[in-house]
Design a protein around this ligand. Structure first.
Ligand code: BG6
Length: 485
């Protein structure tokens, strides 16, 4: 096929993505309970908390917690949604904060004030014809479940999750058609705190608790798929995985094999269970090698087999390059997902390697393997932005990044991949998940809020705002022209 002939499908779902804990603020309003994100400090210390064992999940009054205030979407959602509508969003990916609906996670009845808040948000979106795409659990669970149950270590959490899922499906069945279960479920292999609600204990072998918690999440995810299909006919529910193709550093077969093994366990393990409905054949040897023994109860495997996701939501930020023996090689310092430096790639200000071709590769690999629709629900460039004296923000670097990734998606469609849509990450500036910074900005919309907590919260349109509007208006045809205001 001639590559330039490829077009995005007519019904392609263009939009932007955020998560409740990184933007809502109002951390104690509307009856909300504390959640994991509320106890994660801002700045460099957050990375330490995520990577090192033994975190205590307590708030320290001397520290700054940026997620408490976020960007105040809780009060400013109307203004923000109007801006999304101005860009022409067809969809808006957001998450529901579990701790707004069940403040402690264990209540028998949902919190009406929390439910009413999301009713208002969905109604506002629909006012502009924007469809919500909702992540049920995005790096956020009630802190009480973390402290009393050890998060997803405990099987009991499945019951609490099921109650939460039933409550939101029941309430929003007429308002939400696109759902996803766990954000970046596979991220737990590198930092279980945010997605699984526990810290590895000092001296504890990490694999056993992480894979047991995965099993609990797989069961919970299948229960959610089952409930969604029963309660909301016509709705689609997906998984959400970080997708990062793993390249071998060179053509030494030992390194190729190593890269393949890393890729299987990181990129495919969760997808295999959630999409194919069974543990992959490579799991047995992996479990044996790492002394992992899973508590799988009667009926679990049948449930997982029978209730599989309809599509794969994925985040894509970088590829990984791996070598078995890394002695003497530069590692990628900012890269949470490990890997060695790839000499062919440039990196962002935070050291994340920029690789649009990797997106085309990963979309092809996922589609070859699973043959279900794919949805890129996160992708973007975290960068420092400068507000000029005249108020303009000339983020050409972001436009370049997004353009090259959108081109890569278009080529993947030309390759035969069934791609549903694209919601770029952090369409409005928000708190970074890994570093708790405001200065790591992804948005088309600038928010005047800074790492020390100062700022007016004023919203300002960046150059990329106008550019993305043009992309959506032309259904991805106008990628090269940058549109000035
Ligand atoms: C994904 C998460 O890992 O990447 C988001 O789903 C996150 O929550 C995004 O914000 C970008 O990462 P960061 O650390 O730059 O905010």
């Amino acid at each position: 096929m001639n590559q330039s002939e490829t077009k995005f499908p007519e019904n392609f779902l263009w939009g932007g993505a955020t998560a409740a804990n990184q933007m809502e603020g109002g951390y104690l309003e509307g009856g909300k309970g504390l959640n994991i994100a509320d106890v994660l400090p801002g700045g460099k210390e957050r990375l330490k908390v995520l990577k090192e064992p033994g975190f205590n999940f307590e708030i320290n009054e001397k520290k700054y917690y940026p997620n408490h205030e976020g960007i105040d979407f809780y009060h400013r959602y109307k203004e923000d949604i109007a801006l999304f509508a101005e860009m022409g969003f067809k969809v808006y990916r957001m998450s529901i904060a579990w701790s707004r609906i069940f403040p402690n996670g264990t209540e028998l009845e949902p919190n009406e004030e929390g439910l009413a808040f999301y009713d208002r948000v969905f109604d506002e979106l629909h006012k502009y014809g924007i469809e919500p795409v909702v992540t049920i659990s995005h790096y956020e669970m009630p802190l009480n479940l973390v402290k009393e149950y050890g998060g997803w270590r405990s099987r009991e959490v499945i019951t609490f999750f099921e109650r939460y899922v039933n409550a939101i499906f029941n309430r929003y069945k007429d308002k939400v058609k696109y759902w996803m279960t766990f954000n970046e479920i596979n991220s737990a292999l590198h930092f279980p705190i945010m997605s699984m609600g526990f810290s590895i204990e000092k001296g504890e072998d990490e694999y056993q608790p992480i894979f047991q918690a995965f099993h609990h999440q797989f069961v919970a995810s299948s229960l959610a798929v089952k409930a969604c299909h029963e309660m909301i006919p016509g709705a689609k529910i997906g998984s959400m995985i970080i997708s990062a193709p793993v390249y071998s550093y060179d053509c030494n077969p030992k390194n190729v094999l190593y890269a393949m093994e890393e890729e299987r366990i990181f990129n495919y393990f969760c997808g295999d269970v959630q999409v194919r409905g069974e543990y992959p054949s490579f799991a047995e040897r992996f479990f044996k090698k790492h002394n992992i023994s899973l508590d799988i109860r009667d009926g679990d495997l049948k449930l997982i087999k029978e209730h599989r996701v309809d599509y794969i939501g994925l985040s894509y930020y970088m590829s990984l390059t791996e070598k078995k023996d890394k002695t003497g090689l530069d590692l990628t310092p900012g890269n949470l997902l490990k890997g060695v430096k790839n000499p062919f790639l440039k990196a962002s200000d935070w050291g994340w390697e920029i690789d649009p071709t990797g997106l085309r590769i990963t979309l092809n690999k996922l589609y070859d393997r699973y043959q279900v629709p794919l949805f890129v629900v996160e992708n973007g460039l975290g960068a420092y932005d400068k507000v000029e004296e005249d108020g303009s923000i000339n983020d050409d670097y972001r436009i370049d990044y997004l353009r090259s990734h959108i081109e890569a998606m278009r080529e993947a469609i030309g390759d035969g991949v069934d791609l549903m849509g694209y919601t770029s990450w952090g369409c409005i500036d928000l708190v970074s998940a890994s570093t708790g910074e405001f200065s790591k900005r992804y948005g088309f919309i600038y928010v005047d809020k800074h790492d020390d907590g100062s700022g007016t919260m004023k919203r300002m349109k960046k150059k990329s705002f106008y550019w993305y509007k043009g992309v959506i208006e032309s259904n991805g045809e106008v990628l090269l022209k940058s549109i000035r205001r």
